[in-house]
Design a protein around this ligand. Structure first.
Ligand code: NAP
Length: 444
Protein backbone atom coordinates (compact mmCIF):
# COMPACT_ATOMS: atom_id res chain seq x y z
CA UNK A 1 0.00 0.00 0.00
CA UNK A 2 2.92 2.32 0.71
CA UNK A 3 3.99 2.31 -2.96
CA UNK A 4 0.47 3.25 -4.11
CA UNK A 5 0.15 5.97 -1.51
CA UNK A 6 3.52 7.43 -2.42
CA UNK A 7 2.71 7.34 -6.13
CA UNK A 8 -0.50 9.29 -5.47
CA UNK A 9 1.32 11.83 -3.33
CA UNK A 10 3.93 12.19 -6.09
CA UNK A 11 1.15 12.68 -8.66
CA UNK A 12 2.29 9.87 -11.00
CA UNK A 13 0.28 9.33 -14.18
CA UNK A 14 -2.77 7.05 -14.06
CA UNK A 15 -1.33 4.32 -16.30
CA UNK A 16 1.72 4.10 -14.08
CA UNK A 17 -0.49 3.92 -10.99
CA UNK A 18 -2.48 1.10 -12.59
CA UNK A 19 0.72 -0.95 -12.99
CA UNK A 20 1.58 -0.91 -9.28
CA UNK A 21 0.32 -4.23 -7.85
CA UNK A 22 -2.43 -4.06 -5.27
CA UNK A 23 -1.62 -5.51 -1.85
CA UNK A 24 -3.51 -8.62 -0.66
CA UNK A 25 -4.72 -6.98 2.52
CA UNK A 26 -5.34 -3.46 3.80
CA UNK A 27 -6.26 -1.48 6.91
CA UNK A 28 -9.96 -0.92 7.42
CA UNK A 29 -12.17 0.44 10.21
CA UNK A 30 -14.69 -2.30 10.92
CA UNK A 31 -17.33 -3.48 13.32
CA UNK A 32 -17.31 -7.23 13.93
CA UNK A 33 -20.34 -9.48 13.68
CA UNK A 34 -19.14 -11.41 16.74
CA UNK A 35 -19.54 -8.23 18.83
CA UNK A 36 -23.05 -7.02 17.98
CA UNK A 37 -24.31 -7.85 21.48
CA UNK A 38 -21.30 -6.40 23.28
CA UNK A 39 -23.18 -3.45 24.81
CA UNK A 40 -25.97 -5.55 26.32
CA UNK A 41 -28.66 -3.28 27.75
CA UNK A 42 -26.46 -0.22 28.27
CA UNK A 43 -28.29 3.05 27.57
CA UNK A 44 -27.68 4.43 24.07
CA UNK A 45 -25.52 7.23 25.43
CA UNK A 46 -23.12 4.81 27.11
CA UNK A 47 -22.54 2.64 24.06
CA UNK A 48 -19.02 3.62 23.09
CA UNK A 49 -17.77 3.45 19.46
CA UNK A 50 -14.21 3.29 20.82
CA UNK A 51 -14.99 -0.23 22.05
CA UNK A 52 -16.66 -1.50 18.89
CA UNK A 53 -14.91 0.21 15.95
CA UNK A 54 -11.57 -1.47 15.23
CA UNK A 55 -8.88 -1.01 12.62
CA UNK A 56 -8.27 -4.54 11.29
CA UNK A 57 -6.22 -5.98 8.43
CA UNK A 58 -8.68 -7.38 5.87
CA UNK A 59 -8.60 -8.58 2.22
CA UNK A 60 -9.00 -6.18 -0.71
CA UNK A 61 -12.58 -6.47 -2.05
CA UNK A 62 -12.93 -8.16 -5.47
CA UNK A 63 -13.85 -5.79 -8.33
CA UNK A 64 -17.04 -6.38 -10.36
CA UNK A 65 -18.64 -4.90 -13.50
CA UNK A 66 -19.25 -1.13 -13.49
CA UNK A 67 -17.30 -0.84 -10.28
CA UNK A 68 -14.13 0.95 -9.31
CA UNK A 69 -11.48 0.46 -6.64
CA UNK A 70 -10.37 3.75 -5.17
CA UNK A 71 -7.70 4.69 -2.64
CA UNK A 72 -9.37 7.12 -0.21
CA UNK A 73 -6.79 9.71 0.78
CA UNK A 74 -9.30 11.01 3.31
CA UNK A 75 -12.76 10.24 4.58
CA UNK A 76 -15.19 11.91 6.98
CA UNK A 77 -17.39 10.65 9.78
CA UNK A 78 -21.12 10.61 9.47
CA UNK A 79 -23.77 9.88 12.02
CA UNK A 80 -24.44 6.58 10.25
CA UNK A 81 -21.05 5.35 11.54
CA UNK A 82 -22.24 6.22 15.05
CA UNK A 83 -25.37 4.11 14.49
CA UNK A 84 -23.30 1.24 13.02
CA UNK A 85 -20.80 1.25 15.87
CA UNK A 86 -23.42 1.26 18.63
CA UNK A 87 -25.47 -1.36 16.74
CA UNK A 88 -28.61 0.81 16.86
CA UNK A 89 -31.40 0.80 15.95
CA UNK A 90 -30.28 -2.60 14.57
CA UNK A 91 -26.87 -4.08 13.68
CA UNK A 92 -25.99 -3.20 10.09
CA UNK A 93 -25.07 -6.85 9.42
CA UNK A 94 -28.78 -7.31 8.61
CA UNK A 95 -28.28 -5.02 5.58
CA UNK A 96 -25.25 -7.02 4.47
CA UNK A 97 -27.09 -10.35 4.83
CA UNK A 98 -29.98 -9.04 2.72
CA UNK A 99 -27.56 -7.77 0.07
CA UNK A 100 -25.81 -11.14 0.24
CA UNK A 101 -28.99 -12.87 -0.91
CA UNK A 102 -29.07 -10.75 -4.10
CA UNK A 103 -26.71 -12.69 -6.34
CA UNK A 104 -22.96 -13.18 -6.65
CA UNK A 105 -22.00 -9.54 -6.52
CA UNK A 106 -24.15 -8.94 -3.46
CA UNK A 107 -22.71 -12.03 -1.75
CA UNK A 108 -19.29 -10.37 -1.59
CA UNK A 109 -20.68 -7.92 0.98
CA UNK A 110 -22.01 -10.49 3.44
CA UNK A 111 -18.96 -10.87 5.69
CA UNK A 112 -18.39 -11.16 9.40
CA UNK A 113 -16.93 -7.66 9.43
CA UNK A 114 -18.41 -4.41 8.10
CA UNK A 115 -16.08 -1.77 6.65
CA UNK A 116 -17.83 1.51 7.41
CA UNK A 117 -17.63 5.03 6.00
CA UNK A 118 -19.76 6.87 3.44
CA UNK A 119 -17.54 9.75 2.31
CA UNK A 120 -14.23 9.79 0.50
CA UNK A 121 -11.86 11.84 -1.57
CA UNK A 122 -9.21 9.83 -3.31
CA UNK A 123 -7.87 8.40 -6.52
CA UNK A 124 -9.17 5.72 -8.87
CA UNK A 125 -6.86 2.66 -8.82
CA UNK A 126 -8.68 0.09 -10.98
CA UNK A 127 -11.85 0.05 -13.06
CA UNK A 128 -14.05 -3.00 -13.67
CA UNK A 129 -15.59 -4.13 -16.98
CA UNK A 130 -18.02 -1.59 -18.45
CA UNK A 131 -16.54 1.52 -16.83
CA UNK A 132 -16.00 4.17 -19.48
CA UNK A 133 -16.13 7.57 -17.75
CA UNK A 134 -13.35 7.09 -15.19
CA UNK A 135 -9.80 5.80 -15.28
CA UNK A 136 -6.90 5.11 -12.92
CA UNK A 137 -5.42 8.33 -11.58
CA UNK A 138 -8.68 10.33 -11.60
CA UNK A 139 -9.13 12.43 -8.46
CA UNK A 140 -12.62 11.86 -7.16
CA UNK A 141 -15.09 12.32 -4.37
CA UNK A 142 -17.72 9.69 -3.75
CA UNK A 143 -21.51 10.08 -3.75
CA UNK A 144 -22.72 7.40 -1.33
CA UNK A 145 -25.87 6.33 -3.17
CA UNK A 146 -25.56 2.76 -4.42
CA UNK A 147 -28.29 1.73 -6.89
CA UNK A 148 -28.83 -1.01 -9.49
CA UNK A 149 -31.57 0.78 -11.51
CA UNK A 150 -32.70 -2.58 -12.91
CA UNK A 151 -36.36 -1.81 -12.20
CA UNK A 152 -38.33 1.18 -13.53
CA UNK A 153 -38.88 2.95 -10.17
CA UNK A 154 -35.55 4.72 -9.91
CA UNK A 155 -35.30 6.11 -13.38
CA UNK A 156 -36.82 9.48 -12.51
CA UNK A 157 -35.15 9.71 -9.13
CA UNK A 158 -32.63 7.06 -8.12
CA UNK A 159 -33.56 7.51 -4.46
CA UNK A 160 -36.82 5.75 -5.38
CA UNK A 161 -35.03 2.68 -6.74
CA UNK A 162 -35.91 -0.48 -4.84
CA UNK A 163 -32.20 -1.35 -4.63
CA UNK A 164 -31.16 2.04 -3.18
CA UNK A 165 -28.55 1.69 -0.44
CA UNK A 166 -26.14 3.96 1.40
CA UNK A 167 -22.59 2.85 0.60
CA UNK A 168 -20.54 2.04 3.71
CA UNK A 169 -23.68 1.75 5.84
CA UNK A 170 -26.03 -0.58 3.98
CA UNK A 171 -23.17 -2.01 1.89
CA UNK A 172 -19.73 -3.23 2.84
CA UNK A 173 -16.35 -1.86 1.65
CA UNK A 174 -16.89 1.75 2.77
CA UNK A 175 -14.43 4.60 2.88
CA UNK A 176 -12.60 4.10 6.17
CA UNK A 177 -10.11 1.79 4.48
CA UNK A 178 -6.97 1.93 2.37
CA UNK A 179 -9.00 0.72 -0.63
CA UNK A 180 -12.76 1.04 -1.17
CA UNK A 181 -15.16 -0.50 -3.65
CA UNK A 182 -17.70 1.83 -5.29
CA UNK A 183 -19.89 1.87 -8.36
CA UNK A 184 -18.65 4.03 -11.19
CA UNK A 185 -21.88 6.05 -10.97
CA UNK A 186 -20.95 7.18 -7.48
CA UNK A 187 -17.91 9.16 -8.57
CA UNK A 188 -17.65 12.93 -8.91
CA UNK A 189 -14.69 15.15 -9.81
CA UNK A 190 -12.83 16.43 -6.76
CA UNK A 191 -12.92 20.26 -6.50
CA UNK A 192 -9.46 21.45 -7.50
CA UNK A 193 -9.00 24.02 -4.71
CA UNK A 194 -9.56 21.67 -1.80
CA UNK A 195 -7.32 19.39 0.25
CA UNK A 196 -8.17 15.69 0.46
CA UNK A 197 -9.81 15.94 3.88
CA UNK A 198 -11.85 19.00 2.91
CA UNK A 199 -13.17 17.37 -0.25
CA UNK A 200 -13.95 14.18 1.66
CA UNK A 201 -16.06 16.05 4.18
CA UNK A 202 -18.62 17.29 1.65
CA UNK A 203 -20.48 14.32 0.22
CA UNK A 204 -23.17 12.75 2.33
CA UNK A 205 -24.33 15.68 4.42
CA UNK A 206 -24.00 18.29 1.69
CA UNK A 207 -26.05 16.33 -0.83
CA UNK A 208 -28.67 15.53 1.82
CA UNK A 209 -29.13 19.22 2.62
CA UNK A 210 -29.16 20.13 -1.07
CA UNK A 211 -32.05 17.76 -1.73
CA UNK A 212 -33.95 18.88 1.36
CA UNK A 213 -33.79 22.57 0.48
CA UNK A 214 -32.64 23.24 -3.06
CA UNK A 215 -33.49 20.31 -5.35
CA UNK A 216 -36.84 19.53 -6.92
CA UNK A 217 -37.76 16.74 -4.53
CA UNK A 218 -38.36 18.23 -1.09
CA UNK A 219 -38.91 21.75 0.34
CA UNK A 220 -37.85 23.70 -2.80
CA UNK A 221 -36.74 26.84 -1.03
CA UNK A 222 -37.16 30.13 -2.91
CA UNK A 223 -35.64 33.58 -2.48
CA UNK A 224 -36.83 35.34 0.67
CA UNK A 225 -37.98 32.15 2.41
CA UNK A 226 -37.40 32.06 6.14
CA UNK A 227 -35.83 28.72 7.03
CA UNK A 228 -35.54 27.49 10.61
CA UNK A 229 -32.45 25.27 10.80
CA UNK A 230 -31.88 22.98 13.76
CA UNK A 231 -28.27 22.04 14.52
CA UNK A 232 -27.07 24.78 12.20
CA UNK A 233 -23.36 24.10 12.71
CA UNK A 234 -23.73 20.31 12.51
CA UNK A 235 -23.07 18.27 9.37
CA UNK A 236 -26.33 18.73 7.49
CA UNK A 237 -27.16 21.98 9.30
CA UNK A 238 -23.85 23.61 8.33
CA UNK A 239 -24.61 23.01 4.67
CA UNK A 240 -28.29 23.92 5.05
CA UNK A 241 -27.24 27.30 6.42
CA UNK A 242 -24.94 27.89 3.45
CA UNK A 243 -27.56 26.81 0.90
CA UNK A 244 -30.12 29.19 2.42
CA UNK A 245 -27.68 32.10 2.38
CA UNK A 246 -26.50 31.26 -1.13
CA UNK A 247 -30.07 30.88 -2.41
CA UNK A 248 -31.39 34.19 -1.10
CA UNK A 249 -33.25 32.79 1.88
CA UNK A 250 -33.19 33.98 5.49
CA UNK A 251 -31.84 31.38 7.92
CA UNK A 252 -32.90 31.28 11.56
CA UNK A 253 -30.24 29.07 13.04
CA UNK A 254 -30.56 27.05 16.24
CA UNK A 255 -27.39 25.96 18.05
CA UNK A 256 -26.32 25.12 21.59
CA UNK A 257 -23.38 27.41 22.33
CA UNK A 258 -22.15 30.95 21.84
CA UNK A 259 -19.06 29.62 20.05
CA UNK A 260 -21.29 28.01 17.41
CA UNK A 261 -23.42 31.16 17.17
CA UNK A 262 -20.30 33.22 16.53
CA UNK A 263 -19.20 31.03 13.63
CA UNK A 264 -22.61 31.46 12.04
CA UNK A 265 -22.46 35.24 12.42
CA UNK A 266 -19.05 35.13 10.75
CA UNK A 267 -20.58 33.63 7.61
CA UNK A 268 -23.36 36.20 7.49
CA UNK A 269 -26.18 34.69 9.53
CA UNK A 270 -28.17 37.41 11.30
CA UNK A 271 -30.60 35.34 13.36
CA UNK A 272 -29.27 32.75 15.79
CA UNK A 273 -31.03 31.11 18.72
CA UNK A 274 -28.88 29.46 21.40
CA UNK A 275 -31.27 26.74 22.54
CA UNK A 276 -29.17 25.93 25.58
CA UNK A 277 -28.80 29.51 26.82
CA UNK A 278 -32.54 30.10 26.30
CA UNK A 279 -33.35 26.81 28.03
CA UNK A 280 -35.98 25.32 25.71
CA UNK A 281 -37.48 21.97 26.67
CA UNK A 282 -40.27 21.07 24.30
CA UNK A 283 -41.38 17.75 25.83
CA UNK A 284 -42.75 17.21 29.33
CA UNK A 285 -41.49 14.32 31.45
CA UNK A 286 -44.28 12.10 30.11
CA UNK A 287 -43.20 12.87 26.51
CA UNK A 288 -46.09 15.16 25.58
CA UNK A 289 -45.35 18.50 23.91
CA UNK A 290 -45.10 21.47 26.25
CA UNK A 291 -47.21 24.08 24.47
CA UNK A 292 -46.00 26.98 26.58
CA UNK A 293 -42.41 26.22 25.69
CA UNK A 294 -43.26 25.86 22.02
CA UNK A 295 -45.12 29.19 22.04
CA UNK A 296 -42.12 30.82 23.72
CA UNK A 297 -39.90 29.46 20.93
CA UNK A 298 -42.35 30.61 18.22
CA UNK A 299 -42.45 34.10 19.75
CA UNK A 300 -38.66 34.22 19.73
CA UNK A 301 -38.58 33.43 16.00
CA UNK A 302 -41.20 36.12 15.27
CA UNK A 303 -39.25 38.57 17.38
CA UNK A 304 -36.19 37.89 15.22
CA UNK A 305 -37.70 37.79 11.74
CA UNK A 306 -41.22 39.12 12.09
CA UNK A 307 -43.13 36.01 10.99
CA UNK A 308 -43.21 32.20 11.09
CA UNK A 309 -40.74 30.12 9.04
CA UNK A 310 -41.71 29.04 5.53
CA UNK A 311 -39.56 25.93 5.96
CA UNK A 312 -38.32 24.04 8.99
CA UNK A 313 -35.17 21.98 8.41
CA UNK A 314 -35.85 19.15 10.84
CA UNK A 315 -33.67 16.23 11.97
CA UNK A 316 -33.33 16.11 15.79
CA UNK A 317 -36.70 14.34 15.76
CA UNK A 318 -38.51 13.47 18.97
CA UNK A 319 -37.23 16.39 21.07
CA UNK A 320 -38.02 19.09 18.49
CA UNK A 321 -40.58 17.72 16.05
CA UNK A 322 -43.71 19.02 17.82
CA UNK A 323 -42.15 22.47 17.96
CA UNK A 324 -41.16 22.28 14.29
CA UNK A 325 -44.72 21.49 13.20
CA UNK A 326 -46.24 24.26 15.29
CA UNK A 327 -43.82 27.09 14.55
CA UNK A 328 -43.88 26.42 10.80
CA UNK A 329 -46.05 28.99 9.01
CA UNK A 330 -49.55 28.27 7.72
CA UNK A 331 -49.06 26.36 4.46
CA UNK A 332 -45.34 25.90 5.18
CA UNK A 333 -43.15 22.82 5.00
CA UNK A 334 -41.37 20.77 7.62
CA UNK A 335 -38.71 18.79 5.79
CA UNK A 336 -37.22 15.92 7.76
CA UNK A 337 -34.45 13.40 7.14
CA UNK A 338 -33.72 12.01 10.60
CA UNK A 339 -34.64 11.53 14.23
CA UNK A 340 -31.41 11.79 16.20
CA UNK A 341 -33.17 12.15 19.57
CA UNK A 342 -35.74 9.40 18.90
CA UNK A 343 -37.96 8.40 16.01
CA UNK A 344 -41.31 8.09 17.79
CA UNK A 345 -42.65 11.64 17.46
CA UNK A 346 -45.61 13.14 19.31
CA UNK A 347 -47.20 16.32 17.99
CA UNK A 348 -50.62 17.92 17.83
CA UNK A 349 -51.90 17.01 14.38
CA UNK A 350 -54.58 19.72 14.40
CA UNK A 351 -51.83 22.25 13.78
CA UNK A 352 -50.86 20.39 10.65
CA UNK A 353 -54.17 19.96 8.89
CA UNK A 354 -56.00 23.09 10.07
CA UNK A 355 -53.07 25.23 8.95
CA UNK A 356 -52.40 23.29 5.77
CA UNK A 357 -48.79 22.51 6.56
CA UNK A 358 -46.76 19.78 4.91
CA UNK A 359 -44.31 17.26 6.35
CA UNK A 360 -41.92 16.08 3.65
CA UNK A 361 -39.69 13.07 4.17
CA UNK A 362 -36.32 13.30 2.48
CA UNK A 363 -33.45 10.85 2.32
CA UNK A 364 -29.94 11.46 1.01
CA UNK A 365 -29.87 12.59 -2.65
CA UNK A 366 -29.70 11.25 -6.19
CA UNK A 367 -26.54 11.47 -8.31
CA UNK A 368 -27.72 14.57 -10.12
CA UNK A 369 -28.49 16.43 -6.89
CA UNK A 370 -25.11 15.44 -5.45
CA UNK A 371 -23.37 16.51 -8.65
CA UNK A 372 -25.08 19.92 -8.60
CA UNK A 373 -24.11 20.44 -4.95
CA UNK A 374 -20.52 19.46 -5.79
CA UNK A 375 -20.56 21.98 -8.64
CA UNK A 376 -21.50 24.77 -6.21
CA UNK A 377 -18.41 23.89 -4.16
CA UNK A 378 -16.26 23.90 -7.27
CA UNK A 379 -17.64 27.37 -8.09
CA UNK A 380 -16.67 28.57 -4.60
CA UNK A 381 -20.29 29.29 -3.58
CA UNK A 382 -20.43 26.60 -0.89
CA UNK A 383 -17.52 25.61 1.35
CA UNK A 384 -16.44 22.61 3.41
CA UNK A 385 -17.31 22.72 7.10
CA UNK A 386 -14.43 20.63 8.38
CA UNK A 387 -13.50 21.35 11.99
CA UNK A 388 -10.86 18.69 12.75
CA UNK A 389 -9.33 15.46 11.50
CA UNK A 390 -8.14 12.20 13.01
CA UNK A 391 -5.92 9.52 11.51
CA UNK A 392 -7.70 6.29 10.55
CA UNK A 393 -6.53 4.61 13.75
CA UNK A 394 -8.47 7.18 15.79
CA UNK A 395 -11.66 7.25 13.74
CA UNK A 396 -13.51 5.71 16.70
CA UNK A 397 -12.62 8.71 18.85
CA UNK A 398 -14.26 10.94 16.24
CA UNK A 399 -17.37 8.74 16.25
CA UNK A 400 -17.47 8.99 20.05
CA UNK A 401 -17.35 12.80 19.87
CA UNK A 402 -20.13 12.83 17.29
CA UNK A 403 -22.24 10.53 19.44
CA UNK A 404 -21.86 12.98 22.33
CA UNK A 405 -22.37 16.14 20.26
CA UNK A 406 -18.87 17.36 21.14
CA UNK A 407 -18.04 18.40 17.58
CA UNK A 408 -19.09 21.02 15.07
CA UNK A 409 -19.26 20.72 11.31
CA UNK A 410 -17.47 17.64 10.03
CA UNK A 411 -14.79 15.44 11.53
CA UNK A 412 -12.40 14.30 8.82
CA UNK A 413 -10.32 11.12 8.78
CA UNK A 414 -6.92 10.95 7.13
CA UNK A 415 -6.63 7.58 5.40
CA UNK A 416 -3.95 7.69 2.68
CA UNK A 417 -2.95 11.29 3.32
CA UNK A 418 -0.15 11.48 5.92
CA UNK A 419 -1.14 14.98 7.00
CA UNK A 420 -3.72 17.69 6.39
CA UNK A 421 -3.52 20.22 3.58
CA UNK A 422 -2.35 17.94 0.76
CA UNK A 423 -4.03 17.39 -2.59
CA UNK A 424 -4.77 21.01 -3.59
CA UNK A 425 -4.34 21.44 -7.36
CA UNK A 426 -5.38 25.06 -7.84
CA UNK A 427 -3.77 27.31 -5.23
CA UNK A 428 -4.92 30.56 -6.84
CA UNK A 429 -8.53 29.45 -6.68
CA UNK A 430 -8.03 28.34 -3.08
CA UNK A 431 -6.77 31.78 -2.15
CA UNK A 432 -9.87 33.35 -3.72
CA UNK A 433 -12.07 31.23 -1.42
CA UNK A 434 -9.78 31.20 1.61
CA UNK A 435 -12.24 33.02 3.90
CA UNK A 436 -15.02 30.53 3.27
CA UNK A 437 -12.81 27.49 3.64
CA UNK A 438 -11.42 28.42 7.01
CA UNK A 439 -14.68 29.25 8.84
CA UNK A 440 -15.32 25.99 10.65
CA UNK A 441 -11.65 25.59 11.51
CA UNK A 442 -12.49 27.87 14.43
CA UNK A 443 -13.61 24.71 16.25
CA UNK A 444 -10.35 22.81 15.79
P1 NAP B 1 -24.34 16.26 13.64
O1 NAP B 1 -23.14 16.77 12.94
O2 NAP B 1 -24.20 15.53 14.93
O3 NAP B 1 -25.30 17.52 13.84
C1 NAP B 1 -26.54 17.41 14.47
C2 NAP B 1 -26.86 18.69 15.22
O4 NAP B 1 -28.17 18.58 15.73
C3 NAP B 1 -25.97 18.91 16.42
O5 NAP B 1 -24.88 19.72 16.05
C4 NAP B 1 -26.86 19.59 17.44
O6 NAP B 1 -26.65 20.98 17.35
C5 NAP B 1 -28.28 19.30 16.96
N1 NAP B 1 -29.01 18.47 17.91
C6 NAP B 1 -28.65 17.25 18.36
N2 NAP B 1 -29.57 16.80 19.24
C7 NAP B 1 -30.50 17.79 19.34
C8 NAP B 1 -31.69 17.93 20.10
N3 NAP B 1 -32.11 16.99 20.94
N4 NAP B 1 -32.41 19.07 19.94
C9 NAP B 1 -31.99 20.05 19.10
N5 NAP B 1 -30.87 19.96 18.35
C10 NAP B 1 -30.15 18.84 18.48
O7 NAP B 1 -25.15 15.28 12.73
P2 NAP B 1 -25.48 15.42 11.17
O8 NAP B 1 -24.44 14.77 10.37
O9 NAP B 1 -25.87 16.81 10.87
O10 NAP B 1 -26.77 14.49 11.10
C11 NAP B 1 -27.94 14.85 11.82
C12 NAP B 1 -28.95 13.70 11.73
O11 NAP B 1 -29.31 13.54 10.36
C13 NAP B 1 -28.40 12.35 12.19
O12 NAP B 1 -29.42 11.63 12.85
C14 NAP B 1 -28.03 11.64 10.89
O13 NAP B 1 -28.08 10.23 11.00
C15 NAP B 1 -29.13 12.18 9.98
N6 NAP B 1 -28.80 12.19 8.55
C16 NAP B 1 -29.69 11.66 7.69
C17 NAP B 1 -29.44 11.65 6.36
C18 NAP B 1 -30.39 11.04 5.38
O14 NAP B 1 -30.08 10.95 4.21
N7 NAP B 1 -31.58 10.61 5.78
C19 NAP B 1 -28.24 12.20 5.88
C20 NAP B 1 -27.35 12.79 6.78
C21 NAP B 1 -27.65 12.79 8.13
P3 NAP B 1 -26.68 21.96 18.61
O15 NAP B 1 -26.29 21.15 19.81
O16 NAP B 1 -25.69 23.01 18.28
O17 NAP B 1 -28.09 22.49 18.69
Amino acid sequence: MDAIRQAILDGVAGDELARIPLPETMRAAVVRKSEVDMFGDRPTRDKDPRESLHVDEVPIPPLGPNEVLIAPMASALNYNTVWTSIFEPLPTFGFLEKLGREGDLGARHDLDYHIVGSDAAGVVLRTGPGVTQWKPGDRVTVHCNSVDLEGPEGHEDSMLDASQRIWGFETNFGSLADISLVRANQLMPMPTHLAWEEAASLGLVMATSYRMLVGENAARMKQGDIVLIWGATGGIGGFATQFVLNGGGIPVCVVSSEEKAEVLRDIGVQHVIDRKAEGYRFLDDDGTPDMDEIRRFGSRIRELVGRDPDIVFEHPGRHTFAASVIVCKRGGTVVTCASTSGYMHTYDNRHLWMRLKKIVGSHFANYNEAWEANRLVDLGMIHPILSKTYPLEQAAQGAYEMHHNQHAGKIGVLVGAPEEGLGVLDQAKRERHAEGIKTFRAFD
